[in-house]
Structure formats: C-alpha cells, structure tokens
Design a protein around this ligand. Structure first.
Ligand SMILES: [Fe+2]
Length: 565
C-alpha cells in the first residue's frame, strides 16, 4: 500500500489529508483538535491522528506534500512591499517577518517534526493544490477548473483544463488583482473580520439592493473578455492585509461600519450597509460569470470544477450554474486553504508519483468515537443517559424535533470542510415560527440576521426547493443557495426567500429526516453546526457534552446514547 500525506496551513485553516493508494483515508482541520478557530499552525495534531487512523507511522509515507511554494510567496511579498515602501512598512513588519521566521522554514520544520528525509518532501503550487482538490475529487475524466481566492504565491485566479493526463494551466490572474481580496476589503469595510466574516457579507446582501454596483465597478474593473483589474487607488494590500480599503474608498462609499455593531436592516444606516453588501455580491457574481464564460470558450467543456475561498460563496455558485455556460458543477467542500491539503496530496499522487484514479471524498473523513468510549465517558462523568437501539434512536430524535425541542446530533466521523452535514449538527424543526430566533438566542448566540440552513430528504427536495440541474454535488455539500418554493419553512428561509439547502440521500441522517417528515409532514430539518459562537465545531463526545451544558439545547444524542437536560 502506498501512502501520501498532504498538508496546508500557516496562513489560515491548516489541515492534513492522508491518501492510501490515492483514496482519502482521513482528512481534518487542525482546529478540530486544537480547538482554536481557524488554527493556522503546522497541522501536527491532525497529522498524528491521520496516521493513527490508518495504523501507520511517518516512515510508511511515500511522500509528504506542502500545498504551496514558500519561496515564490516570499518573492511576491518582498517585491510588492519594496515597491510600496515606506507605506508598506506595517505590512512588512507583521506579514513578512512572520513569513521569514515561520513559513520560509516550513520544509525543514516538517522534516524535523515528522522525521522524514528531505527527498520525501514535495511542494505543490497554491492554486494547483486548489485545482487538484476539486478536479481529482470530482471523479470526472475531463473538466474545466476555476480556482479563485485572495492570493496564493502570485496567482489569485487560475484557469485549468483537467484531463486524464493531468491539470494544464491555461491562464492566471496575478496579485494585486484579486476577486477574493476585493470581497475581503468590503468585509472589513462592513465591520467583519477578514478571512472569517465573508459569509456574513453574503448573508447581509439579501437585505439590500445593489444600488452601489457602479461604484463597486470602480473598485473592480471588469472587461468584456472576462478579465478584471483592481483599482489600486481604492484597494491596496501593500499597507496592511486587513485594512485594505483606502481613504479614497471611504470617500467613494462613506464611513465604514463599526466592527461588532448590531446590524438592523430596518434603519437607514443598516440599509446603507446592506446595499453595500448587495452591491459587492452582485459585482462578484458578474466578475465570476465573465471568468467562467471565458473558461468555457477556451475549453469547450461542459463540466466545471471550482475551489479556492471564493468558491464558498454559495450564492455566486448558483449564479454560475444557472446563468453560466457549464452544465455541471463540482465544488471542493473545503474550498478554502484547508482543502489545499487534499489537493496537494492528490496532485502528487496523480502527477508526480504516477498513481491511478483515486478520490473518495465523503462528508465524514474525520475522527469517530466508539459507542463504548462514549458510554465509559458518560459513566465516569456520572451523566444520566439512555442507550437506544437503531429504531429507538430514530423514534426519539424525530419525536424531540417534531415536538419543538432542539437537539445536538453527534454521529460517526466528523465532517470534512466548514459545514456540519449531520455528523456534528444542531437540529430543530424548521416549520416552526420563531425557531430561528430561539436557536440563535439560546444556543448559537450569533447575529440575528444570519439564516440557518435546511437539510432535506432527497426524494422530497424538489417539493420545497428549486434544484438547478447539474448542481447535485454542491447541493449535497450545502454549497448552493437556491430559492425555496414554499412558505412552510420560515426558520430556514432567508429574507429573499432563498435557502442554503443540503440534499441528503442516504445513511442514518437521511433516515432521521424521513422520520421527522412522518411526524411533521415535512422531511426537512433545521441544521446548524454544533458549536457555540466563535468556537470550532465540536469533535469529541466530551466537547459535545460541554457545549450541551453551556447552551439551551434540550437533548443530546451521542451515537445511540440520549442525554436530557
Ligand atoms: Fe487559497
């Protein structure tokens, strides 16, 4: 058996992924083990667990692959900052010094920590890792591939053709021209944290109208051929990675929103910022449509794979599928840099080590805890619990949900990617009025304007949601926002009548949703990640138990063990 380990990190969301003969055995983000949200340190805990899961040691690894090229990245940082000196001093002192002391030596750090010889260490290219993470997981023989993020080494957007021979780079856009960084500049302007609050901008957009789209087009200059440029008078990353909008930007748009202030769309101020969010969302979609049309013209292919942080914009994903030229879409669920670990490993396996077809991306690629470990824990902690058989589990959990209770649901291996997909989820009845506010106020403690997502049984999905054809994979991974067809699900329907739906077609979670449907008439549940605000999603039973105790959850299901408040 041949093993390849892919690693990403040192910027944000570090992760490890282990392949056995090209198939994913284990993959997880470091934050699930360290409990630090967006943990970016070298993913040593995740690596250790991946090796444990496969029952191997580092000596058994054929290759270890880092997801980007540190020297190329340093070159970009030095060149851009020297050009902008002395204004760039702040960015230089924080970004570059951090890089010089940390990332540049990542190769020797990996060799030392994993005790592997240098010959086993490979370096992929940042966007190549993103591209491989989508194309080689898609199972397609041939597809066009688009990657878009803030920036990798130099590239911020890359176009590839993927075939049995490998990924061929067709074109790329270089820093400082970047769709991701423009969206992040607006994220900061709207008072959210860069690399964390982008999805809040997306959630805010439906409260507004894109009446400032023309102004955004002055920031992001779009050409009819699909290319784009960033106006550097308005957005500049040379000074600081987080406060990238300039004084001229503020003169154009107005005062930035105060970080942490409450967003109230019924006020004039709230509407103004919602309109800013709607405008940048609309122009991002326009830009992406331009890029995918160009990519389609270059390749003539009917299938599109996407990765890179911008591919987590599930509203834009629908636009690309519905209004764009491609018939089918595949999105790497961990589209951000965590997914680079999967891509780096896949790239090396297919393009360097001569491995054959692999893949195996399923929702549960993380660690699982056995029923006996869970029971032992509950007994040790003297937690009263009830052990259920398969049928009782479905009966009790569906009865809880149907009667208006909010439950914690921990089953099997934890999920790959940023979404909870029924392995580490908080579940409730989405047909109930007020359930969104209840879950928000008593359990999630997060901004009231943000919507919750529904999980629906596949056989009934079409009754509730518009399902764009060719979107089967992103719909299964909660990567598409789509209009709802009903007003029966108020707690998972956003202000514009849309929902970020997860279509579920198999497994225990599917059976549970069906069982809920038998009681409520709607085989749909409200599904939100099992964590408190600002914390990573829970991994282990003990973390689930702690979160259960610190929140307003009514019942907790740890495998077949039921615990009540
Ligand atoms: Fe990236």
């Amino acid at each position: 058996m041949r093993y390849v380990l892919g690693l990403s990190g040192l910027y944000h969301d570090s992760a490890a992924c282990l392949l056995r003969d090209g198939h994913i055995v284990a993959a997880a983000q470091e934050e699930r083990f360290s409990r630090l949200k967006h943990d970016s340190s070298l993913p040593l805990r995740a690596t250790r667990w991946c090796l444990e899961e496969a029952g191997i040691e580092t000596g058994d690894l054929e290759a270890v692959v880092w997801y980007e090229k540190p020297l190329r990245k340093l070159e970009r940082m030095l060149v851009t900052q020297v050009l902008a000196f002395p204004k760039s001093w702040r960015a230089f002192s924080t970004g570059t010094l951090n890089f010089l002391t940390n990332k540049l030596w990542v190769g020797s750090a990996i060799c030392k920590e994993l005790e592997i010889p240098e010959e086993k260490l490979l370096f992929s290219d940042h966007h190549q890792s993103h591209a491989a993470s989508a194309f080689y997981c898609s199972g397609w023989d041939e597809a066009a591939v688009l990657t878009a993020d803030g920036v990798g080494e130099w590239a911020s957007t890359s176009l590839y053709r993927g075939t049995a021979e490998g990924l061929k780079l067709l074109d790329e856009v270089h820093f400082p021209h970047s769709l991701g960084m423009v969206y992040s500049a607006f994220t900061a302007f709207l008072g959210f944290r860069v690399n964390n609050g982008e999805y809040k901008v997306m959630g805010m957009a439906p409260y507004g109208t894109p009446r400032f789209a023309d102004k955004v087009r002055k920031v992001l200059l779009l050409s009819p051929d699909g290319s784009f440029q960033v106006n550097r008078d308005l957005v500049s990353y040379h000074w600081s990675a987080t406060d990238s909008y300039t004084r001229a930007f503020e003169e154009l748009f107005g005062k930035p929103r105060f970080p942490g202030s409450v967003f109230d769309p019924s006020t004039e101020e709230g509407r103004f910022y919602a309109d800013c969010a709607a405008s940048v969302q609309a122009v991002l979609e326009e830009a992406l449509l331009g890029v995918v049309r160009a990519l389609h013209e270059r390749t003539g292919l009917s299938r599109l794979c996407m990765a890179g942080g911008v591919a987590l914009n599930s509203v834009a994903n629908r636009r690309i599928l519905v209004d764009g030229p491609f018939d089918e879409l595949y999105v790497q669920p961990a589209a951000g840099d965590a997914g680079g670990a999967v891509g780096a490993a896949m790239w090396a396996w297919r393009e360097v080590l001569g491995g054959g077809q692999g893949g195996g991306l399923v929702p549960g690629l993380g660690k699982a805890w056995s029923e006996s470990e869970t029971c032992e824990l509950l007994t040790d902690l003297k937690v009263r619990h009830e052990t259920l058989d398969d049928q009782q589990l479905l009966e009790r959990a569906s009865e809880d949900i149907a009667s208006g209770k909010v439950i914690g649901w921990v089953q099997g291996r934890f999920e790959w990617g940023p979404r909870a997909l029924g392995h580490r989820s908080i579940l409730a009845d989405p047909a109930r009025q007020g359930m969104k506010d209840h879950v928000n106020a008593s359990i999630k403690f997060r901004e009231a304007f943000r919507p919750f997502a529904p999980s629906v049984a596949a056989e009934a999905a079409d009754r509730y949601f518009e399902l764009p054809s060719g979107g089967e994979q992103p719909l299964r991974w909660m990567l598409l926002v789509t209009p709802t067809k009903t007003d029966a699900l108020p707690s998972v329907t956003h202000v514009d009548g849309s929902a970020r739906v997860q279509v579920v077609d198999s497994g225990l979670y599917h059976e549970l949703i069906r069982a809920v449907g038998e009681r409520t008439g709607h085989p749909v549940v409200l599904n939100t990640s099992f964590n408190l605000k600002g914390e990573p999603i829970v991994s282990s039973p003990v973390q689930a138990l702690a979160t259960f105790r610190n929140s307003g959850l009514d019942a907790l299901y740890l495998g077949h063990q039921r615990i009540e408040k």
